[in-house]
Design a protein around this ligand. Structure first.
Ligand SMILES: *Cc1c(COP(=O)(O)O)cnc(C)c1O
Ligand code: SF4
Length: 471
C-alpha cells in the first residue's frame, strides 16, 4: 500500500498576501458588510448550519462587487441566501439560534434538514464504487468505461464553497457521506486490471487545494501507465485562488509537475470550473492561464447553469468568448443537479435549452466545443438537444453524451415536452413506453431511486458492463 500522507499545510503566500479562509465564524461580520438587517443575517446563519460556507480574501476583496450585494453574482455564488431552504426549516433553526439552544440540538435539526436534500445524487455512493479483488475501492468511482474518478483524501475541500455545490454533503461533517482515498497504488493495480480506462479524473472537493508534494505523490505513479491518455484535474482554483499558479510558494513546482505529465506523453486536462465571466476579469487569472498553458496542459471549462447567478445567454456568451480569447476550451454547460438547494437554483430544462441556444448561436465555431445543457444523471450525461414537434406532439430531443451503456451514446431519444421539468426524472418517454436506458422497468420517474438500480455497471460486475436496469 502506498498511502499518500497528509503534508503539513504550507503557508500560502500571494504576492505578499496570504490565503485567508473565511468560515461560519466570520459570516455575521461579512453579511453586516453587505448591509443586511439582523434578522436577515440570522436567517443566513441558519442556512449555514445546514449547508457549507467557506470563502476567502481573494473572493471577498477582488471578485465580489460589494456595492451590488445581495444581487452580485459572486456574492450569490458563495454566500448562503435566507430563502435557499424551505421557510419552515429556516424558521426552526432561527428559533434554536435565538434561544441559544445546545449545539447538539442544532446539529440534529441541521442533519434532519440535510437528509431531505438528497445528499448523494446519481447513486454516487452505492452505484459507482469499483472493486479490486472483491474489496471496495473507497474514493474511486468507475461509472463510464474509459474514465475513472479519483477523490484524493487531501483534496476534499475547496478554496471557497459554491452555494449550489452538488458535493456539499461531504463538506458538512456527515461522516458516512464522505468519499476519499489515499491509496494510489491500489488505483494503479485497478487500472492495470482495467485496460479500457484511458483517463483518470482527479476530483473533490478541489484537488488543487493540495500542495505540490502531495499532488506529485498521486500523479507520478500514474505516469508510466501506457493505457492512460489523459490525466484530468477538476478544479475551481482558477476562479477562487489563481495565485496557486502564480505566486504561491509551490506554484512553479506544480507547473513543473504538469509539464512532466505532458513529457510522459499524456494530456494534462485542466477542467476549470467558471460560473460567471466576472471570475475571468482579474489579471492574475490571465497570468495563471498563461502559465498553465505554457506547460502543455489544455484548459477546458465547465459550469452548471444556476438561477439568479448565471441564467442568461449574455452571461454564457461573454464567458465562452473570454475563455476562448484566453486560450481555454469551453466544454460543458451542466444542469443543476437534483441535490441540496436544487429548488432554489434549478432552471427548467426548456429554459436551459433556450439559454444555451441563444448564447451558442452567435459565437464562433471555436466556442462551439461546448456541450449542453447536460444532466449528469444516474444512467449518464443526457444533453437536451432541442424542442421539436413530431407527429403533432411537442417533445424534447435528447441524447447521451456519456452513458453506462456505450451503445446508447449519441443516439437521439425523445421525452414528452414539459415546461416545468428540471431533471431527467421529471421526464416521460415520448413515442415509447420507456426510455432506452430503462430496459424492462416501465419508467424512471418519481419513486425510482438510485438503490433500485444497484447491481449493474462496472461497480457491481467488476468489469465494464451494460446499462442500468437491463440485465
Ligand atoms: C462527466 C463524468 C466523467 C467524464 O465524462 P467525459 O464525457 O469523458 O467528460 C466521468 N465520470 C463521471 C461520473 C462523470 O460524471
Ligand atoms: S468548487 Fe466544486 S466541489 Fe468545491 S464547492 Fe464549488 S462546486 Fe463544490
Amino acid at each position: 500500500m502506498t498511502l499518500v500522507n497528509d503534508a503539513a499545510p504550507a503557508p500560502v503566500q500571494s504576492a505578499g498576501r496570504k490565503f485567508r479562509a473565511f468560515t461560519v465564524k466570520h459570516l455575521d461580520e461579512l453579511t453586516a458588510r453587505a448591509g443586511l438587517s439582523p434578522d436577515q443575517r440570522l436567517a443566513i446563519k441558519a442556512v449555514a448550519t445546514v449547508l457549507p460556507f467557506r470563502t476567502n480574501s481573494y473572493v471577498v476583496d477582488e471578485l465580489i462587487d460589494w456595492s451590488a450585494v445581495p444581487d452580485d453574482p459572486i456574492y450569490r455564488l458563495v454566500f448562503p441566501q435566507e430563502d435557499m431552504l424551505p421557510r419552515e426549516d429556516v424558521a426552526r433553526i432561527v428559533d434554536l439560534l435565538r434561544r441559544e439552544a445546545p449545539k447538539a440540538e442544532i446539529d440534529a435539526v441541521a442533519h434532519d434538514v440535510r437528509m431531505k436534500l438528497n445528499p448523494h445524487p446519481a447513486g454516487q455512493l452505492q452505484l459507482n464504487v469499483p472493486r479490486l479483488h472483491s474489496e471496495q475501492l473507497p474514493g474511486v468511482q468507475h461509472k463510464y468505461h474509459e474514465t475513472v474518478l479519483f477523490f484524493p483524501k487531501q483534496g476534499q475541500t475547496c478554496h471557497a464553497y459554491c452555494t449550489y455545490c452538488f458535493r456539499w454533503a461531504q463538506f458538512v461533517g456527515e461522516p458516512d457521506l464522505k468519499m476519499a482515498a489515499s491509496d494510489i497504488e491500489r488505483l494503479r493495480t485497478y487500472l492495470l486490471e482495467h485496460p479500457e480506462v484511458t483517463s483518470v479524473l482527479f476530483t473533490g472537493g478541489d484537488p488543487m487545494i493540495m500542495g505540490e508534494p502531495v499532488m506529485r505523490r498521486y500523479i507520478e505513479p500514474l505516469l508510466d501507465l501506457d493505457q492512460l491518455e489523459s490525466i484530468r484535474i477538476g478544479t475551481k482554483s482558477l476562479a477562487y485562488w489563481p495565485q496557486k499558479f502564480v505566486s504561491d510558494p509551490d506554484a512553479d513546482d506544480m507547473l513543473r509537475l504538469f509539464a512532466e505529465v505532458a513529457a510522459a506523453g499524456k494530456n494534462l486536462a485542466f477542467m476549470a470550473h467558471f460560473t460567471h465571466p466576472n471570475e475571468l476579469d482579474p489579471i492574475v487569472v490571465h497570468e495563471a492561464v498563461r502559465r498553465i498553458r505554457d506547460t502543455g496542459a489544455v484548459i477546458r471549462t465547465q459550469a452548471p447553469l444556476i438561477r439568479s447567478i448565471n441564467d442568461s445567454p449574455e452571461i454564457w456568451q461573454r464567458m465562452w468568448r473570454e475563455q476562448q480569447r484566453l486560450g481555454m476550451v469551453p466544454y460543458y454547460m451542466f444542469v443543476e443537479r437534483d441535490t441540496g438547494p436544487q429548488d432554489y437554483f434549478a432552471v427548467p430544462l426548456a429554459q436551459a435549452y433556450e439559454i444555451f441556444r441563444s448564447a451558442y448561436k452567435d459565437v464562433s465555431g471555436l466556442c462551439r466545443t461546448v456541450r449542453g445543457p447536460s444532466m449528469s444523471a444516474t444512467p449518464g450525461k443526457v444533453c437536451v438537444d432541442g424542442i421539436a414537434e413530431l407527429y403533432g406532439e411537442k417533445v424534447f430531443v435528447l441524447h447521451f453524451i456519456q452513458c453506462r451503456d456505450p451503445e446508447l451514446v449519441n443516439r437521439p431519444f425523445f421525452a414528452k415536452f414539459d415546461p416545468d421539468a428540471k431533471w431527467l426524472t421529471d421526464l416521460r418517454p415520448a413515442f415509447a413506453d420507456r426510455f432506452p436506458f430503462e430496459g424492462t422497468t416501465p419508467s424512471l420517474g418519481g419513486g425510482t431511486s438510485a438503490p433500485d438500480l444497484v447491481a449493474s455497471g462496472p461497480a457491481a460486475s467488476g468489469a465494464g458492463s451494460g446499462p442500468i436496469a437491463t440485465r
